[in-house]
Write a protein that binds this ligand. Structure first.
Ligand code: OSB
Ligand code: MG
Length: 380
């Protein structure tokens, strides 16, 4: 397929309710969408970088810059055998995985459309009914959190994950377990603790959690292995797994017993599949993480979740939890038993609400194929 042009656009989308983690609070998303115009098909991808460089180094603005100056010029105008090749065309740019993933995933979508197969089949998926879980942010009070959990359980979600940080952890988990002793429950610290907190973290063991996600530094694997040795609760790594080599290191070091895979964090479908394959070979269950995506990123997450190793409920939940109106049609919905049915249509499987997208767009830029660009020498 030939990549004729690449369009970047930024949308402003207010969240239905603010989302708070140990690193910050989000009320409005700045969604960066990438469209790859290929042989008459438009593939769409979403950059999962946050508004500020808090979850990781990237942000909406750094991703826009890297896409516009380096990645889009390296790929626009060039023929590609398949989307799988895209990442090897971006070798000169170090890091910036979320920017790379937005473009690579748009190409996967275009390829699926051109081949007239659902994206999930193109990536090698087999699951057709996905187990849905929710991630619930830090609330004003424990009572408010309990109310939220009750509503999500009523909606059918199969796993509840709550955000924790020092001062919002053991007492909160105690309240949850007192009311729901049996539910599948996990927590996510987003790197809020250090090894000085080992004794404190051991108290989490009494709650029978499915996992504790990323308790320590975002760039640490080895120290998580020391902590895992001390805990009964399984550690799940999120922030510190940026590629398949990291996954292998974490598994060999016994730094975790579960892995969260996010398309943006690892740089796109190709690397996400490699992480999945390594985990599966080692018998480590994986699940798909979320980054408060619009329907575009959400549909990619669903496609990824169809891979066989995604045996735990993911942070894949209904559009309506995030948006008054999502930009896809139909929106993602969850059945009363907490599952999401996979679409059989070609490509992402969800149509775009073009008019709504236009209305929400605050900036747009198209990069067309050009013979030479300053970045060409590096990006090949
Ligand atoms: O750590 O999984 C995380 C949101 C933003 C940044 C990091 C994380 C999250 C979530 C939300 O937990 C998951 C979702 O519902 O999209
Ligand atoms: Mg996480």
């Amino acid at each position: 397929m030939k990549v004729e042009a690449i369009t970047l656009r930024e949308l402003r989308m207010p969240l239905v309710s603010a989302f708070e983690t140990s690193f910050g609070r989000t009320t409005e998303r700045r969604i960066l969408l990438v469209t790859a115009h290929c042989d008459g098909a438009d593939g769409w991808g979403e950059c999962t970088a946050g508004e500020h460089p808090l979850y990781c180094e990237e942000s909406t603005d750094t991703a826009w810059y890297v896409l516009r100056e380096y990645l889009a010029p390296a790929l626009a105008g060039s023929p590609l055998e398949s989307a799988r090749e895209a990442s090897s065309r971006m070798p000169g740019v170090r890091g910036h995985r979320m920017a790379k993933a937005a473009l690579e995933n748009a190409l996967w979508d275009a390829e699926a459309q051109l081949r007239k197969v659902p994206l999930w089949k193109l990536v090698g998926g087999t699951r057709k009914e996905l187990a849905a879980g929710v991630s619930i942010g830090i609330q004003q009070s424990p009572e408010q959190l309990l109310e939220k959990i009750a509503a999500e359980l009523d909606a059918g979600y199969q796993r509840i994950k709550v955000k924790v940080k020092p001062g919002w952890d053991v007492a909160v988990l105690e309240r949850i377990r007192a009311r729901w002793p049996e539910i599948l429950l996990s927590c996510d610290a987003n790197s809020a603790y250090t090894l000085d907190d080992v004794e404190h973290l051991k108290k989490f063991d009494q709650f029978g959690l499915l996992m504790i996600e990323q308790p320590l530094w975002s760039d640490e694997i080895y120290l998580h292995s020391l902590l895992q040795h001390e805990l009964k609760t399984s550690i799940c790594l999120d922030e510190s797994i940026l590629n398949a080599r990291h996954a292998l290191a974490a598994i060999e070091l016994k730094a975790c017993r579960i892995l969260n895979i996010k398309l943006g964090r690892v740089g796109g479908f190709s690397e996400a599949i490699r992480v999945h394959d390594i985990a599966q070979a080692a018998g480590i269950p994986v699940w798909c993480g979320g980054m408060l995506e619009s329907g575009v990123g959400r549909s990619h997450n669903l496609a990824l979740s169809t891979l066989n190793g995604f045996s735990l409920p993911g942070d894949v939940s209904a559009s309506a939890r995030y948006w008054r109106e999502d930009i896809i049609e139909p929106e993602v919905t969850v059945s009363p038993n907490g599952t999401i049915a996979v679409s059989e249509s070609p490509g992402r499987g969800y149509a775009l609400r073009q008019e709504l997208i236009e209305r929400l767009t605050v900036r747009r830029e198209t990069v067309r194929g050009q013979a030479s660009h300053p970045a060409g020498a590096h990006c090949g």
